[in-house]
Structure formats: C-alpha cells, structure tokens
Ligand binder design. Structure first.
Ligand code: SAH
Length: 478
C-alpha cells in the first residue's frame, strides 16, 4: 500500500484552494461539504467556482498567494493554470507543514484525493495510488449501482443508537452480533423502505431483548472452510461470508495472502502451519484450540486449502468439536485435483480417455507408501496423487513394477491455480527427472493418465512462458 487511507476530520479547520477553474471548484465543493473554513484564491473564478464563493464559510481572495494564507491550514489544494503559482503553493505549504496536493502532479502531492461514493455519513473512498484513474472510475460506477442510496440513512440511524447499544450490551462479541443482525435484518429493511418509526420501535424492542441476555458470553461456533487451491476467485460465497464475520482465524501454509486478505480485518490471526523448524502444531492441539476459542464465545474460522474433507483432516477436527458440543459448519472447497487439473488444461475424465479418476495420497507413513499399485492403474482411468512429490520415485517404481505402461502421459502441477502455477508434462518414465530439472516444489499435484495428453489443446491458464523458456520440459507430442 503506497498511501494511508484515512478520513480526516476537517470540520471548522482552515483549508486553502488556489485556482480559478472546474478542478478547483470540485475540491472546494468537497472541502465545504466536509465543513472546512475555506479560503479560495481565485483572481478570475469560472462559473462553477463563483457559485461556491458565496457559501457561508468561504473567503474569496483575488490577490496573489502569500505565506500567511497557509496559516493554520490543515490542507491546501492547488489547481492554478499557472504552474509557477502551484509550485509556489507547494513550497509554502511544505515549509508550513501543511498537507498539499497539486492537481495532476503526483510529485507535488502529500496526499491524493480518492474517488468517492457518497452516501453520507457513509462514504466509500477508492484509490489506485495514482496508477489507474480509469479502473477507479469503473469501480466507482459499479459501487454506485450496488450501494443503495438509503445506506446513508441506515448509517445515520445506527449512529443515533451507538451509545444506547453500548450501554445496553456490555459484552463486545454480543454487541457485534447485535449490529450484524441489525444491518442485515428487518430494522435495515424498514429504513430502506422509509419506515423510520417502525425501525425505531423494532430496534428498541431488540435492544431490550439483548440487554436482558446481560453480559454473558454468546455461543461460539467453528467454521471449517475449504478455500480451494489458491486462486481467491475459487472461494464460495458462503466461505466469503463466514470469513467476513469470524472473530479469529486459524490457517496454515497452504493459505495464501490473496485469501487471507479477505478475512475480516480485525479478526485475530493464528498460524498453525509448519514453523521454521519444520514442526507443525499437532493436530490434536489445533482441535483443542478450536474447542477452547469457541467456548470463549468466538466465531472461529478454520481455513483449509482445497476441500476440508479431502486429505484435510477436517473429519478429525469436527469429531473433537462434536465431542465437546461445539457448534460447527463445514464449507466445501474446490479440491486441488479439480482446481489444478482444470487450470492446467487437463480434464480428469473424457469420453475418449478416462471414465473415472482415483484420488490417492503419496504421503508416507513411517517411511512406507500405502498404495494399492495393483488396482491403481486400470485402463481408462486417471490417477491423481496428492502429497506425492517426495515419494515420487517410489510411486513411479511401484507402478512400473506392477506393469504400468512407461509411456503413459503424466504431469506435475506446482502451485496450481495460483499466479505462479507451473506445469511439467512428461511420461511416467521421465516425470521424476523432469520435475527435478524444473525444481518443482510443494504444493504439487501429480496426474497420471492419457488425459494429460489433451493439455496441449486445452490449456488456457498462462504459465506458457515457463515452458517456452525450457522447451526440454515439454512433452513430445506422441
Ligand atoms: N484439502 C486439500 C489437500 C490438502 S493435502 C485439497 O482438497 O486440495 C496437501 C496437498 O494437496 C499438497 O501436498 C498437494 O499435493 C495438494 N495441493 C494443495 N493445493 C495445491 C496447489 N495449489 N497446487 C498443487 N497441489 C496442491
């Protein structure tokens, strides 16, 4: 983030605008709306600006800028047609320690003005750090259409109840939940349809109800959420909703920043993945932590890469929750097999190639693979192997030993669905060598079967550059 987004309280504070034109008028208008005591230096104001100059708290000056104009100012804005005047303003403001913005000149800006969606007192500010005004405008246009005008009224109504709610509900978690029900429920509906009185009556009765529950801890709950293999766009709506209302989040290595950034900002974050010393938090400890946090009344979000029930130990975690009478929800996610294969252009089944697919783990328990090689490679089947990178040699040897065809196409997908996805394609016989050459790292998924050969035609996700750079990694089109 290049800039600090803040909403500045400028009520009754001095501000300065220098310039005669429409740009100056727009900024002056904003500053007036925000309650500033505004001075405008405009020797020849245009129509837009003239209209504003008659406002109560506006002082109009026609003579040149002097240092004293910045006395006591909180912000200054320069939009003069004369660049020398703008530069002068910049230097005077900097010397006086006043935050300054010169229009269309990023080098002379201490702050930038965001685009806004104004539903006062609710205001959405959008900025791109000056990189793409067009993107900002298009986002603003979208937000304008999806944020009802009545949201301003709702915010005002909520504001008028803030103190009352604080007094009536002392427990913070309870209070949060009260507000959540309020902004999503019937009270908000009344406000949206202009029935302020009904809204107030309902609000008062909800408040009495909530107050009678006293300061006791509300019930906690655990959300076991599958996030998919990495691309945040693969989250489900339900996952996103729960991520937005959690009080605390437990996550591990498979959860990237793209997804973590969508969790409620002020939720407490607990990393339970592998530490630097390569020790993970034990599964039992994680399960117990979930129970303890929920019993404290928290809404606990447990994020799981892919799907919680596919090699995710989700079953064990909810068994402990159930044993302890903790309420929970499980939200499925796109599992690595589906996400990675699709993004790599490999259909797991195909009328001409495979009627089904088998999903197994290549994870070794006590140094041993537990794979039924004999039954694994059936004709017209695709095999997907999770956690098989470190045991790849034993897997391939085992398959060949049990009569697998050495020329069968095979692929490894590293960081599937993420921007840094890489795909190595080869055959059962040479896959290990190619993976080593490309220095494939975990997380990686192995797919074996003739469907892999379809990738040339069906691949759409952009990791081609990598393959072009290293043509020896491409499968010979057999
Ligand atoms: N519950 C997860 C799997 C967890 S086991 C799911 O449903 O996908 C972890 C293994 O999943 C990794 O070792 C790797 O084999 C696979 N995996 C998960 N995410 C992946 C990704 N983005 N790219 C490739 N493999 C991935």
């Amino acid at each position: 983030m290049d800039h600090l987004p803040i909403f500045l309280n400028v009520k009754d504070q001095r501000a300065l605008v220098v310039g005669d034109g429409t740009l100056a008028a727009r900024k002056a208008d904003l500053l007036i709306r925000a309650g500033c005591d505004l001075t405008v230096i405009a020797p020849a104001p245009n129509q837009d600006l003239l209209r504003l100059l008659s406002e109560d708290k506006v002082t109009h000056k026609t003579d040149g800028l002097i240092a004293a104009d910045l006395d006591g100012c909180i912000v200054a804005y320069g939009a003069s047609a004369d660049t020398r005047v703008n530069q002068e303003l910049y230097h005077l403001a900097s010397a006086a320690g006043v935050l300054v913005n010169i229009a269309d000149n990023p080098d002379y800006c201490d702050f930038i003005m965001p685009a806004i969606v104004d539903r006062s007192p609710l205001v959405v500010a959008i900025g791109s750090g000056g990189t793409s005004p067009l993107l900002v405008r298009s986002l603003k246009a979208r937000l304008e259409t999806i944020i009802p005008a009545a949201y301003g009224r709702l915010a005002e109504f909520a504001g008028s109840y803030r103190e009352k709610v604080k007094e009536a509900i002392s427990n913070m978690s309870r209070r949060r939940r009260f507000w959540e029900t309020m902004v999503e429920g019937a009270v908000a509906e009344h406000i949206f349809s202009g029935q302020e009185e009904q809204a107030a009556t309902l609000m008062d009765s909800l408040l009495r109800e909530a107050a009678s529950a006293g300061s006791s801890t509300p019930n906690g709950e655990v959300y076991l959420v599958g996030t998919g293999p990495g691309d945040p766009d693969l989250l489900t709506f339900r996952a996103l909703r729960l991520m937005q209302q959690a009080d605390v989040v437990l996550y591990d290595r498979l959860i990237g920043d793209g997804i973590l950034n969508l969790v409620r900002r002020d939720a407490r974050r607990i990393y339970v993945g592998k530490k630097k010393n390569n020790h993970s938090v034990a599964q039992q400890d994680i399960s117990e932590m979930l129970v303890r946090l929920a019993q404290e009344g928290k809404r606990v979000l447990r994020l799981k890469g892919g799907d919680p029930f596919v090699f995710g130990r989700g079953g064990e975690e909810i068994a402990t929750l159930a044993d302890n009478d903790v309420a929970f929800q499980v939200i499925p996610g796109v599992t690595a097999a589906n996400g990675c294969s699709t993004y790599a252009g490999i259909p797991l089944t195909h009328r001409d190639h495979a009627q089904g697919y088998t999903v197994i783990t290549g994870h070794e328990k006590n140094g041993e693979l537990n794979i039924d090689f004999k039954n694994l490679l059936q004709p017209r089947q695709t095999t997907v192997i999770y956690m098989g990178l470190s045991s790849l040699r034993s897997i391939v040897d085992g398959l060949l030993l049990h009569g697998a065809d050495a020329t069968i196409p095979a692929a490894i997908i590293e960081n599937g669905t993420n921007e840094n996805q890489r795909v190595v394609v080869g055959t059962l016989a040479n896959l290990r060598e190619k993976a080593a050459l490309a220095q494939i790292q975990s997380p990686a998924l192995i797919i074996i079967g003739s469907v892999v050969g379809l990738r040339d035609k069906l691949s759409w996700f952009g990791e081609e550059a990598f393959l072009d750079d290293q043509p020896e990694l491409l499968v010979a089109s057999a």
